[in-house]
Design a binder for this molecule. Sequence first.
Ligand code: SF4
Length: 336
Amino acid sequence: MSAAAPLLSVNGLTKHFPLKGGFFGRSTGTVRAVDGISFDVAEGETLGIVGESGCGKSTTARLLVDLIRPDGGEIMLSARRLGVDLPLRDLRRNVQMVFQDSYASLNPRLTMEEAIAFGPTVNGVSTAEATRLAHELLFKVGLEPKRFAGRYPHELSGGQRQRVNIARALAFKPKIVILDEAVSALDKSVEAQVLNLLGDLKRELGLTYIFISHDLNVVRYMSDRVMVMYLGEIAEIGPVDAIYERPSHPYTRALLAAMPSMDPDHLTREAPLAGDPPNPINPPSGCRFHTRCRHAATVCISTPPGLYTLPGERHLVNCHLAIPNSGHPGIEAVTA
Ligand code: SF4
């Protein structure tokens, strides 16, 4: 992994959705979908993002590709700040996204060749060159151009459509591809093929991935680092081995406890999560996980922990248990 300045840097990213109601459409509350998160992504790495639905992972992805506008925070790409010396069109071109629904992502009236060529032609590339590029990309994603260039979305399988969506993303020659549950709807055997394809493309093209999934096994397989989100905040972020072998946040441990494990060395003693996350309109005070955490203490209810860097590695955790002198009574027992 590169030790140079991060390719992508996100600082204090925030998105709150106002809820309207009543006769006059008055604001009745705010969904704090993403609440001041900060993280970096190094060039060439894959950052996995996990968390239950509603944790803010997909909203984070949409903020990064400007599908929705943030309410606060800054986004930097290659040390250029969005809105200052990074024009929006540069961010959009360099950060592409592949969604879960392969069919809805494609225009049913465009052939695969037209779908892939569309982006480049809109950006001024000649039709002939964009078509040549589309054929090249079809080949790269494992679809024989002669067979697939003239087909429409309904004539392809889900796995083939997702390969076309990957080709469409690559047509912009992006630096970063965000994969938002991009393999989640596929059969397991097809999923494995697409994951291998993504690995090959990353090596060949020097891509950087942000890989969002509810499947912790797939995230472990794909990621260099993993970010765990809970109710719009980062619960824990660190190298994949640290997160899976030495998780520090009780939420991460509970998520991992729900994974089946045949290895007696890796059985966790944390209880799996019970119930749903609290309402993001009124998130709990202090640590947002305190209503579901069996280690919750008084300090957890009153004071947000904030991200604390554990010694030795780029492993940050948002929990009083890990923070020296936080006032949590269980700190010595857990960190010893
Ligand atoms: Fe649990 Fe407290 Fe840590 Fe939150 S800060 S995860 S409530 S121990």
